[in-house]
Write a protein that binds this ligand. Structure first.
Ligand code: SAM
Length: 271
């Protein structure tokens, strides 16, 4: 079981790290190219000492990861003393209250609260709207959950050595000839034009997949691709001589919901 405290994130692999880790190629540098919550890169770093480079195109997410990496526990002490759940008649009142409370705090703390708590512990909304979020209750009032900030976030994110925010193609180019680099790729679902990737609005398409397979076949670095086990990936693997499906039973899905969906993931490597 992974004991780290990762930020809640759409598409997070935090529940699969135990399955993924045995297949990782231990290297001097590990690059989590589609970082998200950072769950896989950070778990790798704890298993195999490595310099961990985290990348993602979502700028709001990058800002949050940066403030969590600063490891400033004192910052949250005061906040945690005064946390509460409050109910307001109008959304306006709730936003005013939160604004007021946040005005008196450090910018870093403001960022953590906005991202993690006023957005109801979900993150993918950030791509579309970064205004304050409050929860509407069935009786018409508005609830604001000012939860405690879990200090374990700081312990988790200090594992990252370097944070970058580039399109994945640039990152692949940078490490293409680096035989000391291990690249972990967990791209968005195919043709997903909304969700966490609204910004990357052409979605992740077949061309992107071809690029990745071309790269895996020709680069000097070690690459692990962790994707849905579906037809398109099964077919592609056959076309490229250096890639190989090494694991196809890597389940994910909504564990809390009864009978929730289960997806079959697979691990494809070039080593
Ligand atoms: C499936 S999620 C990764 C989840 C992550 N492994 C985790 O455990 O939380 C895919 C991520 O890729 C990022 N992304 C989408 N398009 C990208 C691009 N062109 N370059 C880099 N990152 C991108 C998204 O912002 C998203 O965070």
């Amino acid at each position: 079981m992974n004991k780290n405290k990762f930020i809640p994130y759409f598409g997070s692999k935090r529940k699969e790290t135990d399955i993924i880790l045995p297949y990782v190629y231990p290297s001097k540098k590990t690059i989590d190219v589609f970082g998200g919550s950072g769950s896989v890169g950070i778990s790798i770093k704890q298993e195999h000492p490595t310099t961990l480079i985290y990348n993602d195109v979502n700028e709001n997410l990058i800002e949050l990861i940066k403030v969590l990496k600063k490891n400033n526990k004192n910052l949250v002490k005061n906040w945690n003393k005064n946390t509460t759940i409050k109910t307001f008649k109008t959304k306006n009142d709730a936003e005013k209250f939160l604004n007021n409370k946040l005005n008196k705090t450090n910018d870093d703390l403001k960022y953590i609260v906005l991202c993690l708590y006023s957005h109801m512990n979900t993150f993918y909304i950030l791509d579309r709207d970064f205004s304050l979020g409050v929860i509407k209750q069935s009786n018409g009032s508005f609830r604001l959950g000012l939860n405690k900030i879990d200090e374990n976030y700081f312990e988790t994110y200090k594992n990252i050595n370097k944070i970058i925010s580039k399109d994945y193609k640039q990152v692949l180019k940078t490490y293409c000839n680096d035989s000391n680099a291990f690249l972990y790729l967990d791209p968005p679902y195919l043709n997903n034009k909304g969700g966490q990737n609204a910004k990357y609005d052409k979605g992740f398409n077949e061309e992107d997949i071809d690029d990745i397979f071309d790269f895996m076949d020709n680069c000097d670095c070690m690459v692990m691709l962790n994707v849905n086990y579906d037809k398109i990936y099964k077919e592609k693997v056959k076309e490229y001589k250096n890639t190989n499906i090494i694991l196809k039973k890597c389940y994910s899905g909504n564990y809390s919901a009864k009978g929730g969906n289960k997806y079959k993931h697979c691990i494809i490597t070039n080593y």
